[in-house]
Design a protein around this ligand. Structure first.
Ligand code: HAM
Length: 423
């Protein structure tokens, strides 16, 4: 026997029992994005490797060790996108979307990172993200956060915790970086291996370390907040005031530094305690330098991305969306003439009721076996068409989920029946 070929580690099939939940989530999220005027952009899954090196940053986990990079037949170095922001900026510059215009964009799709797979962390995962370009003020930061809050409401999810921080400008971070390196170097003996490595390359990431042994050292480290210039401070204060006015609760987390290098000023994450270690369901921030860094005329930008697998897990955990997309009815058919007439009737019903989910039995078999299949389909009703029913132009209707009697409805009355009973 040939060996079965399996999916790649960390990459998953979304099976038909779960896909209704994905569709529900995607539909609700798209509606919300539309409410705020965000428009969809679709960019390629493959980009030149250079794009991610220059945007996410050479000394980040993603670029150093997680990218799916290969040479194509022309010898170009290509990478499967590990996130959506870089491609969005590339597309915006290339297509002139940023010339004297404000753009509100969103995207969705598969992303690829060669991380160690665990619950909530995969090698192919899906994001829905949004980006706003051309707006420098704190009002758009606030809007972006409000968009994300509306997702939780639209999906019926308990609100995760909103954590916010500011990373200042590149210059402010430069000054802070020096102080941080001086502090950490003085306590070199308390740094773990990973942090020692980061000390020379990306010391801010050390603040994000999850090592309990280093917590006291990190807690006592100098704070970036104290190194902010006046404009950055005002920007952050304005966001906080906005959140307070709206009544949106949040926590300032001075250790929130994010794993991508392009951020400036505002960063935020929505974190849930319901999913174990991988609790960040949505994350983002401002990246005012990136468009210029990638060769465009510099314009301010801010955005976020959500992990769809994590949100689906949250929906499941909260029991939301059970029974989505189950069929309303299953048509049980006797062989011969009822088979064709039944198909015809089903077509007519689908014409009249486009949202009716009706499975016509195919493959023959006894009524008994067909009823079993009807039951297993999850349908609310079995519709029965035998010779006798066909002669009288009626359909037997047997409720499958409630203890009501079977009854008969004339062909012409079926539309009415479904409008009043099944929806
Ligand atoms: P990120 O924090 O790398 O940011 O990813 C955003 C979200 O994607 C995470 O909060 C998480 O929910 C999900 N995610 C990330 N990695 C995985 C994984 N391996 N498995 C499952 N889910 C994952 C970005 O990607 C930025 N581009 C966000 C952004 C947009 N910032 C500004 N604009």
């Amino acid at each position: 026997m040939p060996k079965n070929i399996q999916a790649i580690r960390g990459m998953h099939d979304v099976l038909p029992d779960e896909s209704p939940l994905w569709q529900f989530l995607e539909a609700r999220v798209k509606d919300v994005l539309g409410q705020y005027g965000y428009r969809e952009i679709r960019t390629p899954m493959l980009e030149m490797t250079e794009l991610f090196r220059r945007s996410i940053g050479e000394v980040t986990d993603i670029v150093e060790k997680e990218m799916y990079t290969f040479q194509d037949r022309n010898g170009d170095s290509l990478t499967l996108r590990p996130e959506g922001t870089a491609g969005c900026v590339r597309a915006g510059i290339e297509n002139g979307l940023f010339h004297n215009q404000v753009q509100r964009l969103w995207y969705q799709g598969g992303m690829f990172r060669h991380e160690r797979p665990q619950k909530g962390r995969y090698r192919q995962f899906h994001q829905i993200g949004a980006e706003a370009y051309g707006l420098a003020g704190p009002d758009i930061d606030l809007e972006i956060i409000l968009v994300t809050r509306r997702f939780w409401q639209a999906l019926g999810l308990d609100e995760p915790e909103l954590q916010i921080n500011t990373l200042g400008t590149v210059e402010e971070r430069g000054v802070y970086r020096e102080q941080l390196v001086a502090y950490l170097s003085a306590h070199r003996d308390q740094l773990d291996e990973e942090s020692l490595r980061r000390l020379g390359s990306n010391p801010l990431r050390i603040l994000d370390s999850k090592s309990p042994a280093m917590k006291p050292l990190i807690d006592a480290a100098p704070s970036l907040m104290e190194h902010l210039g006046e404009a950055s401070r005002q920007h952050f204060d304005a966001i906080r005031q906005g959140l307070d006015t709206i009544g949106l609760s949040y926590r300032v987390n001075p250790r929130l530094v994010r794993g991508l290098d392009y951020y400036s000023r505002t960063v935020f994450e929505w974190v849930t305690t319901r999913l174990g270690a991988q609790g960040t369901v949505c994350a983002g921030g401002r990246y005012d330098g990136l468009v210029g860094q990638l060769g465009g005329r510099p314009i301010p930008a801010i955005g976020f991305a959500m992990g769809v697998e994590r949100l689906v897990a949250l929906l499941q955990e909260q029991g939301i969306g059970q029974g989505l997309n189950v069929p309303h009815a299953y048509l049980v058919l006797a062989a011969g003439e009822p088979q064709n007439q039944g198909m015809l009737l089903a077509e007519r019903l689908r014409d009249e009721l486009p949202s009716l989910r009706l499975i016509s039995h195919c493959g023959g078999g006894s009524f008994k076996s067909q009823f079993k299949k009807a039951d297993r389909s999850g349908a609310s009703y079995a519709l029965v068409l035998g010779e006798d029913e066909l002669n009288r132009r009626v359909v037997g209707i047997k409720p499958l989920r409630q203890a009501a009697e079977q009854r008969e409805v004339a062909f012409d009355g079926l539309r009415e029946f479904f409008l009043s009973e099944a929806f």
